[in-house]
Every structure is written in C-alpha cells, then in structure tokens.
Design a protein around this ligand. Structure first.
Ligand code: DX5
Ligand code: ZN
Length: 217
C-alpha cells in the first residue's frame, strides 16, 4: 500500500506572508502543494492565477498541483503550464469532452487531472479516465474552504478505484480532516487535499502528521 499524500490547499494560507507559509509547509514535510484557482464564474469565488503561481514557483521546489475551478480552462492552459505547475486538474463540468485537453496537458509534460463535483456522476468521466494521471473527487461544492465533508464522495471513490489503473492517482478534496480522512483512504483515495485542517492548526507539521497517520490506518 502506497503512503498517503497530504496536499495543503493554498486557499486558507496567509497570503500576506506566502514565503513564510511555504517555509512552514516545507518543514511540515508535505509532498506537494494544492493550488486552488477560482474565476468567480465557474465557482462563486475568486482566488489567484498564474502570476501568483509563477512567483510562488520561485519560493519552493515542492510540486504544484493546480486545481482549475474555472470556465474555459483551454484558454488559460498555457499560462498555468508556463507558471510551473506539475499537475493541472480541470473540471468535467467546465469541459464536457476533456480528452483532447487532457492530452494537451500531458504533451506539455504536465500530469493531467480531471475533477468532478458532488452532483456529477462517475459515468460522466468514465470515457476520459485513460487520459488522466489524476482523478479528483470533490467532497464539497467547490468554491470555498471550511465546508463539511459530504459522505457521498465515498461511493464515488470506491467506484473509481475499481475503474482506474494503478498509475492513476485518486484524490479527494473538501472537508478532509482527522475525522474524515480515514474513510476516504478506506474508499481508495491516495492524495488528500486539506485546507482548514492544516491552516487552522497552530502547528502545520503536527496537523499534517495527524492526517498522514489517520490516512495510514
Ligand atoms: C474547494 C477547494 C478545496 C478547499 C479545501 O473549492 O477546491 O481545495 O480549499 O478546503 P477545506 O479542506 O477547508 O475543505
Ligand atoms: Zn482544490
């Protein structure tokens, strides 16, 4: 069984002190950073874009997992590739026929991810699974951190783990904390996005370790 990957979501970090936040996360030994990109259109909230990611890229060697909660990601794809993202995840609700775009991401040497919202059935992404390096199950409605985990994600994780190849990374995002992470690991998730449960903690390292341990059981 592979070790769980805990990915802090850079949505609840202190944007006034990104350098310090990155240092703290590095010393918390997290394996990557999850970057939540929102456009105020696909989701009712706005976060940051390629300019911030490009600057962040200069601060750390940690891999960047960009989660594009944006409409028409094709239009901005090159900017996220150039900004230094190691994986780029698009939403099936924004790109109903994602195969060509996933392939474009892969052709750029970047891992390609596909996300689905709580209301979207697994069947919608089934035809594209072979083009995915990562599949992201949303366990909250995207747009905001700090929401309650939706247990309906567990059935989706189970279903997807039986459909994807062993090389495809199954990921879960939303409401992941010490009390919910274990069930998602049981259901097959390998990459766990955590916002509040890390950034609301006074000690990121302790919080990340607690999540890692709870996912390993
Ligand atoms: C939600 C984002 C998540 C979110 C996670 O739209 O995709 O990454 O910030 O935050 P928590 O862990 O607080 O639910
Ligand atoms: Zn996210």
């Amino acid at each position: 069984k592979s070790a769980p990957l805990i990915a802090p979501s850079m949505l609840k970090c202190d944007f006034g002190n990104l350098h310090r936040e990155v240092e703290l996360l590095e010393s918390a030994n997290v394996p990557l950073l999850h970057l939540d990109v929102m456009d105020g259109h696909f989701v009712p909230n706005l976060s940051y874009g390629p300019m911030v990611i490009k600057r962040l890229r200069e601060l750390t060697e940690l891999p960047f997992d960009a989660h594009l909660m944006i409409s028409d990601p094709e239009r901005y794809l090159d900017d996220y590739i150039a900004a230094g993202c190691d994986s780029i995840t698009i939403h099936i609700e924004a790109v109903p026929e994602p195969v060509a775009l996933l392939q474009r991401i892969r052709d750029a040497g970047v891992a390609a991810g596909l996300a689905l919202n709580p209301g979207t059935p697994v069947e919608k992404i089934a035809p594209a699974l072979e083009s995915c390096d990562l599949v992201l199950v949303m366990s909250v409605e995207p747009g905001f951190g700090g929401q309650k985990f939706m247990p309906s994600a567990l059935d989706k994780l189970r279903e997807l783990s039986s459909m994807i190849s062993t090389e495809t990374l199954l990921s879960v995002d939303g409401g992941i904390g010490p009390d919910t992470i274990g069930s998602t690991a049981q259901a097959g998730a390998k990459l766990f996005v955590a916002g509040s449960s890390i950034f609301d903690a006074s000690d990121y390292r302790e919080a990340a370790t607690q999540l890692f341990d709870a996912a390993s059981q």
